[in-house]
Design a protein around this ligand. Structure first.
Ligand code: CTP
Length: 410
């Protein structure tokens, strides 16, 4: 074949994919209308590995609008088009997403190598990719459905569990690939092929990670945090001396893995909290600058400053406790992990809050005849009594309020 070796994906792999029906529909479209459709990239990689992927990237040679309308007729979905790139996204209601690119047919003559064939932008698309295992395409056309198009030896690398760049300048052209590579290495349990690893290390040593635009860097950091094992990815980047190029720290904090797993378990969606943990041992000024450069919300900046304030605090005053009480539980958990001397005390505050302490609520105090600011003050006072272990039950609390009433009436 002019397109390299031919390999057919097994039917079981298609059958066990959550994309089965959609792939089938796309195949039918290619036979009913005069179009070609290919799946490309991470989708093909994951399908071959027997893993599921929420994204299906396809290249359509022919009427893209037809494909979109046929899909949305059958499956509930939302469409976003990017006319400037000739691409569209179909968001299916079960988190799945189809990215569609149109392909103009272009004619290429490669010196010496392949015969003159129609080269669709499929070919161009694959040529521009990061690793060989991501440069595979799969035909969804009726006549050769499931045939893998492997121009760069991606299939072999997939069986060898290796990450190999398509050319020597890959990491230099796009340094985010360094981060993508490490994410894939950890997620798939693959290794970098020897030469690729050398190129990767050189690109890091030569500071190419500095060239990533701030906005993209932020996206990449969030992608790392959404990996199944973000701690491992970050550890690996630390080991490769890559951390200081992307974060305001050279090293991860002490006991990072354990702390981050706790945060992820309790607050899986709060990625900014995870970031604060990662940068918790940064120099205060450097950390602030980094958060500002990457345009994190002001709130995150304040939380970082608070974290640094409590980091080396030796004892918690009553005033501290009262102000900590107003913080959300996620932040309390983070502070309990980053404050070296008073972590346990902060955790105690969080646990008491979760227990519903104080048991008397604002409305109870209103019913008892209080109004205005005093209510908040009394609730905090009651909380403090719990914190110091001076009260245990709602009855204890009522007793204290009664004593308070008596003392003010005197
Ligand atoms: N790609 C690339 N260089 C980049 C980013 C992406 O070459 N800096 C290519 C990769 O080949 C990838 C494809 O674009 O396969 C699509 O990117 P994306 O959807 O981000 O990645 P996936 O490979 O689908 O991987 P993931 O499972 O992480 O989504």
């Amino acid at each position: 074949s002019p397109l390299g070796s031919i390999f057919q994906i097994s039917e079981e792999k298609i059958k066990s994919s959550p994309w089965k029906e959609i792939l089938e529909e796309l195949k039918n479209l290619t036979s009913q209308y005069n179009i070609s459709i290919y799946a490309i990239g991470g989708f093909v990689r994951d399908l071959l590995l027997g893993q599921s992927n929420y994204d299906l990237d396809i290249v359509v040679e022919g009427d893209i609008q037809l494909v979109i309308s046929k899909i949305i007729d059958k499956w509930q979905s939302k469409v976003i088009t990017h006319p400037q790139f000739g691409t569209s996204e179909i968001l299916l209601n079960d988190r799945k997403r189809i990215d569609i690119a149109t392909a103009r047919i272009e004619y290429y003559e490669e010196p010496g190598s392949l015969p003159k064939v129609e080269r669709s932008s499929l070919w161009l698309d694959l040529k521009r990719r990061d690793f060989t295992i991501n440069a595979l395409a799969m035909s969804l056309n009726e006549e050769n459905f499931g045939e893998i198009i492997d121009l760069y030896g991606g299939l072999e690398d997939l069986t060898r569990k290796e990450l190999r760049v398509l050319h020597n300048l890959s990491f230099i052209e796009d340094p985010t690939r360094i981060l993508r590579g490490v994410r894939l290495e950890v997620r798939l349990g693959f290794n970098f092929e020897e030469k690729t690893f050398k190129l990767l290390k050189e690109a890091i040593e030569n500071g190419f990670l500095n060239k990533i635009a701030k906005e993209r860097l932020k996206d990449e950091i969030f992608l790392i945090l959404q990996e199944p094992q973000p701690e491992k990815v970050l550890k690996r980047l630390e080991e490769l001396n890559a951390l200081s190029y992307i974060l305001p720290v050279k090293r991860l904090p002490k006991n990072f893995e354990k702390k981050n797993q706790i945060l992820r378990r309790e607050f899986p969606e709060k990625l900014e909290l995870h970031i604060l943990n990662i940068i918790s041992e940064a120099d205060t000024e450097e950390g602030k600058k980094w958060l500002q450069d990457l345009k994190f919300p002001k709130k995150v900046l304040y939380q970082f400053i608070l974290l640094k304030k409590y980091e080396n605090t030796n004892t918690l005053s009553e005033k501290d406790i009262k102000s900590l009480l107003d913080l959300p539980n996620d932040l309390l958990l983070l502070l309990s992990l980053t404050a070296k001397k008073i972590g346990k005390n902060i955790l105690r505050i969080k646990l008491l809050k979760e227990k519903g302490v104080p048991y008397l609520k604002g409305e109870d105090l209103i019913n008892m005849g209080f109004k205005g600011k005093i209510i908040g003050d009394l609730l905090k006072k009651l909380f403090l009594k719990h914190y110091y272990g001076e009260v245990k039950s709602k009855e204890d609390e009522e007793k204290i309020i009664k004593e308070f009433i008596n003392s003010t009436q005197l």
